[in-house]
Design a protein around this ligand. Sequence first.
Ligand SMILES: Cc1cc2nc3c(=O)[nH]c(=O)nc-3n(C[C@H](O)[C@H](O)[C@H](O)COP(=O)(O)OP(=O)(O)OC[C@H]3O[C@@H](n4cnc5c(N)ncnc54)[C@H](O)[C@@H]3O)c2cc1C
Length: 467
Amino acid sequence: MSALASPINLVWHRTDLRLCDNAAMTAAVAASQGLTAGVFVLPADPYEVAVLSRKRGAVGSSGSVSRAALLGAPPEVARSSPRRIGFLLQAIEELRAEWRARGSTLFILRGNAAECVSTLAAELGVREVHTAPCPSFDELNENTSAERILNTRGAKLVVHDETTLFAAEDLPFVIDQLPDVFSNFRRVVEKHCRVRSPLTVPDISEIPREIRTLANEQADAILAASVFVEARQRTATPDPRASFVAHGGRSHGLTRIRKWFWEKDCLARYKETRDGLVGENFSSRLSPWLALGTISPREVAAEIRRYESERVANDSTYWLFFELLWRDFFHLWVRRWQGRAFKATGVLGRTPCGSQDREAFLRWCEGTTGEPFIDASMRELRATGQLSNRARQNVASWLARTQGIDWRWGAAWFESQLIDFDVGPNWGNWQYVAGVGNDPRNRVFNVRDQAERYDADGAYRALWAGK
Ligand SMILES: Cc1cc2nc3c(=O)[nH]c(=O)nc-3n(C[C@H](O)[C@H](O)[C@H](O)COP(=O)(O)OP(=O)(O)OC[C@H]3O[C@@H](n4cnc5c(N)ncnc54)[C@H](O)[C@@H]3O)c2cc1C
């Protein structure tokens, strides 16, 4: 396609699958008098195996250091499960409908992200591509390659802060000086930082019909690939034991907020219920939408403030905000530590338990360890792609501390299975639990005590492990 008389800008969506409260979107639209379209790149092989090399920092095929290359040599663990891809597709399809409703379009491409985006930008004569900050070095490498290719074609990549409550420029420290310990981080940001109000959706102009037609045809062809059809089917048939089924689209995230905050008033009791294991409402369940950015943490924070002013402000309402601070902490943590977030020795440089017992690891993945609380949790994860925070802590502690198995294998399995997978929160929490992160308490969970305390009537174990 030839370059347009009046060039459009592109928003390169990654974990910001929304138009609202999207700094990249707002800036792209402002710099193009509204002539803006979106682009999302699906992986060529969505089930790429996360095993590359035993060598730390091995060089991947693209010539860059890849996160997977740091994993050592775990058994084959796909980077994504079909369920996680299915959830992502739901989110993308709703985002696409939002772009189209405004007279623009979302390009859905497949392959090497940097190359796909740069080629599209060249075809459309785009001057600016706006995107989110890079959580980790896989994405950082993507940005670096995209920037290089775009620059050779007279276009530029502009990166915006939008995945966290606090913008990097609002923090009273540079990311390299992020406090090691969460409570120090919390004290500093609560004292010095203000959460900005969410941005509204900017006015987008209609883009030429030929571009919309091209984008639609390409997207339809890509989404019709059997690998994506199968992923959608897998997501469409939830396990009957699942107490909560999340749909990836933004509207479903907003519905969850409406029901959980306002209709059922669960927020007012959250601090007492948040360690639950069975049922729909013990916690907010917002993580899958936050992880893909279909809703933003600032939107959730604004809703907490509104609830506090219209209904009640108590320890529970504060506690949900407190958990969003944890999310911010781990997002910044992975940006600070980069490759060390994925190294066996962690950010503390400690020698971890690092058994690479493949059979024991697979029993853990499949939920056949013989330990009922662990088996129940691992079966729930495998069957639904979801797991409560309490269960995550226990299964992680059991694998890494009790069994002494390489914690990175567990983190890779979570990455594959969780529909709310988020690089910083996942790898950061795993380091904490494995004792190689910055947890000052350095706890090992006693799984049987935990089961007695949090599953006293055995309902959770009975539901998932039949015991
Ligand atoms: C080993 C391990 C791995 C984890 N992997 C992930 C992951 O990949 N993605 C993910 O979003 N969370 C992860 N968590 C954190 C936490 O378990 C989930 O965020 C939470 O269970 C999601 O349920 P919810 O939305 O109902 O949370 P709520 O209790 O309602 O909390 C609200 C939000 O706060 C954030 N949050 C809560 N707890 C944490 C935490 N400990 N760290 C960071 N953010 C938090 C999440 O965005 C969550 O949606 C992990 C925890 C552990 C122990």
